[in-house]
Structure formats: C-alpha cells, structure tokens
Design a protein around this ligand. Structure first.
Ligand code: FMN
Length: 159
C-alpha cells in the first residue's frame, strides 16, 4: 500500500479537509487526485468534481500573492508549508483557510504526492497575536480520531 492509498482510506470521512495532489507543482499542476468529504463541505463542491483541477481554483482577489510565493517555494524545496490563505467557496464567499501541506515521499526519497490538511479559521478578536498561529482559531473543534493522530504529527501545531 502506498502512502497515498493509506491516507485516502483514512481521510474519507474525517472531519478535517484533506486534499492529495500529484507532485507536479508548476502550472498547470499540481493536479488534485483526491479530496475528502470534509473538503467538499469546506469549499461547497462535490469532492469528485475537484479531482483533475488545480487547488488554485480556490484563489481570488484577496488571496495574498506573497503567501502563494512562500507556498510555491516550500513545495519546490520539498518542504512543509503551514500558513493562512484567503480562499473562496463555489458560491463566491471567502473564508480564511489554515493549510498544512506536506510532501509524501516514496522509499527512495522521491516526492510522489503532496497532502494538505485544511480547515476554516477565524481571526481572534482582541487577543495579542504572538504568532500567526495565535491570530486564528478554528471555526469548529473536531473530536475526530484522525485529529489525535494529526496532533501527534504536529499538523496545525495546536489542534
Ligand atoms: C496539496 C496541495 C493543496 C493546496 N491547497 C491550496 C488551497 O487550499 N488554497 C490555495 O490557494 N492554494 C492551495 N495550493 C497551492 C496551489 O496549488 C499553488 O501551489 C500555489 O498557488 C503556489 O503556486 P503558484 O505560484 O504556481 O500559483 C495547494 C497545493 C498543494 C500541493
């Protein structure tokens, strides 16, 4: 079983939105190979309909180019990207997404896929920021078993 197959099996009805792409990061890639049900709810689409598209379909006017450049550099360097982006749902409404994206490597070290864990966050009001992570909080807490596993992997840093 590949990492992709394992993740896909675990991801299906998890609370957290999960997206798996191929490793082609330059346009028109990356291409979405799998999106779970929670991802469909997050973006207001049937998850099967986003397969074959690039994750860029969520971007719009207020998506910061600088953050996308940081994202691109991380992917090109085979590193993790953890950050916050303004994205848009199918109905045009915008939301703030926390994105934790990591490479999936084969045994020989070659990157085969990228996987991202995504959730909607809201800006905390009246709290000192401290860090980017301290500036946002998830819109809903998850009691999903997978969240425990993700916490152990330091996904989202604090879940
Ligand atoms: C697994 C994965 C998930 C991604 N999810 C998002 C996303 O939810 N929102 C977004 O704006 N970009 C997302 N991206 C980033 C874009 O696909 C793209 O890499 C980014 O726009 C930077 O590259 P560019 O400068 O070529 O556009 C994701 C990328 C990968 C590999």
């Amino acid at each position: 079983m590949t990492a992709f197959e394992l993740l896909r099996a675990l991801a299906h009805d998890a609370d957290v939105a999960i997206l798996i792409t191929d490793a082609m990061i330059e346009r028109p890639g990356p291409t979405i190979l799998y999106a779970n049900l929670a991802f469909g709810r997050l973006v207001g689409r049937d998850p099967n309909d986003v397969v074959g598209q690039s994750p860029r379909f969520m971007q719009g006017k207020e998506t910061r180019r600088e953050t996308l450049d940081t994202f691109h550099r991380a992917l090109a360097g085979g590193e993790r990207f953890h950050g916050y982006l303004t994205n848009y749902r199918a109905d045009g409404t915008k939301y703030r997404a926390e994105i934790d994206c990591r490479p999936l490597r084969a045994a020989d070290g070659q990157i085969e896929n990228f996987v991202s864990f995504e959730r909607e966050v809201l800006r905390r009001i009246g709290r000192p920021a401290g860090s980017a992570a301290g500036r946002y909080e998830p819109t809903h807490e998850s009691k999903d078993l997978l969240i425990g596993a993700l916490r152990a992997l330091a996904v989202f840093q604090h879940v």
